[in-house]
Design a protein around this ligand. Structure first.
Ligand code: MTE
Length: 317
């Protein structure tokens, strides 16, 4: 398909895209060498017994790929996906984000799970990771700005964490919050974001959050998440526009009523709460019928629910 948009500086020609076979062989190669583990991160736990082992958020990569999720989709080139990021806490400029992450401290990390639940907790991330099974899933990812990518995330279903918290019947929604660290996030100090309602916050309905597709991601491309991608833990909701997939989460709250979201607060008519990918509903300022496939010269037709309709459409009937 012809590319209908002007090429950006990040654009790589097709010939530079790693063929998937080569990518998989590289993973095997790294595994054999024992080099695929990534950074070894360890920190004091919150709920951990003093003598329990300390699993590291960087340990064990790459995790086995779950063949149930789009194993045949062609992956976006890793260098492209990890250098073209929306993470406004660092910068409004996608290409600049990863260059500004140096001061962001991602270990130790804990997540507070609170609100309408019987088992509220503050969990050190490495304790949480020792209680779940990580796996790799290839998902389509569609930004509201009409670009898309296909990447392998490592993570676990959010439902596993929700079950541990034992939500009350009155909990109908979840509210998520990103770390609030202006000293580490230069974008929060920028005049260009003056008036933004920091920290970044998002929300899901309980049934959306419990859906098996909804992933708490800790890795990408068989490695722990890089900071620009939302280290050390973020949400991935593949049938919704990318802004629902909140990064660097520190707090999850069970609430009774639909929470406001960061983007809805800024422009409710452009970024509504539900935000399911829908080619038939244009954004007020552009069409959503097609998408620019980053790292290629292609423009693809956008699919309802980003191609996950058979799994999620029933949530909205
Ligand atoms: N989360 C936080 N905390 N801050 C952000 O600016 N941007 C969102 C989402 N999560 C954002 C965020 C948007 S608009 C998109 S498209 C995706 O992150 C981009 O994720 P990626 O960088 O992994 O492609």
């Amino acid at each position: 398909m012809a590319n209908l948009v002007r090429r950006s500086a990040w654009h790589l020609p097709d010939r530079l895209i790693t063929p998937e076979g080569a990518f998989l062989r590289r993973r095997d190669f790294l595994r054999q060498l024992g080099l695929a583990g990534g950074a070894m991160l360890a920190a004091p736990g919150f709920l951990r017994a003093a003598d329990s082992p300390r699993p590291s958020p960087g340990a064990g990569y790459p995790y086995p790929r779950n063949p149930a999720f789009n194993p045949d989709l062609k992956l976006t080139n890793e260098e492209v996906a990890t250098s073209y990021n929306n993470f406004y806490e660092f910068s409004l400029d996608k290409g600049e984000v990863r260059l500004l992450t140096g001061k962001f401290v991602t270990t130790p990390w804990s997540i507070e799970v609170t609100g309408l639940c019987d088992n509220p907790m503050t969990l050190a991330l490495h304790d949480l990771l020792s209680q779940v099974t990580l796996e790799e899933r290839v998902y389509r990812f569609r930004c509201v700005e009409a670009w898309s990518m296909v990447v392998p995330w490592t993570g676990f279903s959010l439902s596993k964490l929700i079950e541990k918290a034992k939500p009350k019947a009155s909990a109908k929604f979840l509210r998520f919050e990103t770390a609030n660290r202006p000293d580490q996030f230069p974008g929060m100090r920028s005049p260009r974001t003056a008036g933004y309602p920091w920290p970044y916050f998002e929300g899901l309905r309980m049934d959306e959050a419990m859906h098996p597709l909804t992933l708490m991601a800790t890795g990408i491309y068989g490695k722990p998440l890089p900071k620009q991608q939302g280290a050390p833990v973020r949400l991935v909701v593949p049938w919704k526009y990318g802004y629902k997939s909140i990064k660097s989460i520190v707090k999850i709250e069970f609430v009774a009523t639909q929470p406001k979201t960061f983007w809805e607060t800024l422009a409710a008519d452009e970024y509504p709460f539900e935000s399911n990918v829908n080619p038939k509903v244009p954004h007020p300022r552009w069409s959503q019928a097609t998408e620019r496939v980053i790292g290629t010269f292609d423009r693809a037709r956008t699919l309802p629910y980003n191609g996950y309709g058979d799994l999620v459409a029933k949530l909205y009937s």
